[in-house]
Write a protein that binds this ligand. Structure first.
Ligand SMILES: CC(C)(COP(=O)(O)OP(=O)(O)OC[C@H]1O[C@@H](n2cnc3c(N)ncnc32)[C@H](O)[C@@H]1OP(=O)(O)O)[C@@H](O)C(=O)NCCC(=O)NCCS
Length: 153
C-alpha cells in the first residue's frame, strides 16, 4: 500500500471507491454518482493538496480529504477539517484509514493548525470507534451528525 496526492483525473475512480465504501451507510452519504462527483469537485476546490489516495497494486482503495482553510464556527477559528475518509470494505482493518488520517494531520501541521474537526453520522459506530481510537472526542451534535475534535500537537 502506498499513499499519493490525488489529482482531478482520479475523480472517476474516487467516485466508485466512495460509493462502494458507503454501502450500508447510505443515509450519511451522497448516493448518486453525479452528486458524488460534484462533492469531490468541491473538495478539490476547498483544498486540493489535502486529498490523498491509498493505492494497492495500482488500485485506489481509499482516500482522505483534509481542508486546512476551514473556519469552524463552533471552535471560533480555522481548524484542519477532515471532510472525507473512505476505505474499501475489503481493505479495512489493515491500518489504511489510520495512515490516511495521519497524512492529513501532517498537512494540517504544515499550517500550524492546532485542532482537527470532523462530523460523523450518529449511528456510524465503526467510524466513531475508529476516530476515538485516533484520539478524537465527541463534542456536540447537529441533527444526526456528531462533531468530534482532536488537538494537534
Ligand atoms: C472508518 C474507516 C475509514 C476505517 O478505515 P480502516 O482502514 O478500516 O481503519 P484502520 O485499519 O486504520 O483502523 C485503525 C483502528 O481503528 C479502530 N477501528 C477501525 N475500524 C473499526 C471498526 N469497524 N470497529 C471498531 N474499531 C475500529 C481499530 O482500533 C483499528 O485498529 P485495529 O484494527 O488494530 O484494531 C472505514 O471503516 C470506512 O471507510 N468506513 C466507511 C466510510 C466512513 O464511515 N467514513 C467516515 C465518515 S466520517
Amino acid at each position: 500500500m502506498r499513499l499519493r496526492p490525488a489529482k482531478r483525473e482520479d475523480i472517476k475512480e474516487m467516485v466508485k471507491v466512495y460509493l462502494e465504501s458507503y454501502r450500508g451507510l447510505e443515509e450519511y452519504a451522497y448516493n448518486h454518482p453525479d452528486d458524488v462527483q460534484a462533492y469531490l469537485d468541491w473538495l478539490f476546490r476547498r483544498d486540493a493538496e489535502g486529498i490523498w489516495l491509498a493505492q494497492d497494486c495500482g488500485q485506489v482503495v481509499g482516500f482522505v480529504a483534509g481542508d486546512r482553510r476551514w473556519f469552524s464556527k463552533r471552535e471560533g477559528k480555522v481548524v484542519g477539517a477532515l471532510h472525507e475518509l473512505v476505505v474499501l470494505p475489503a481493505h479495512r482493518r489493515k491500518g489504511i484509514g489510520r495512515s490516511l488520517v495521519e497524512r492529513a494531520f501532517e498537512h494540517f501541521r504544515d499550517r500550524a493548525l492546532d485542532t482537527v474537526e470532523l462530523w460523523v453520522g450518529d449511528e456510524n459506530r465503526p467510524a466513531m470507534s475508529f476516530y476515538k481510537r485516533l484520539g478524537f472526542q465527541e463534542r456536540d451534535r447537529f441533527n444526526y451528525w456528531l462533531r468530534m475534535t482532536r488537538p494537534l500537537k
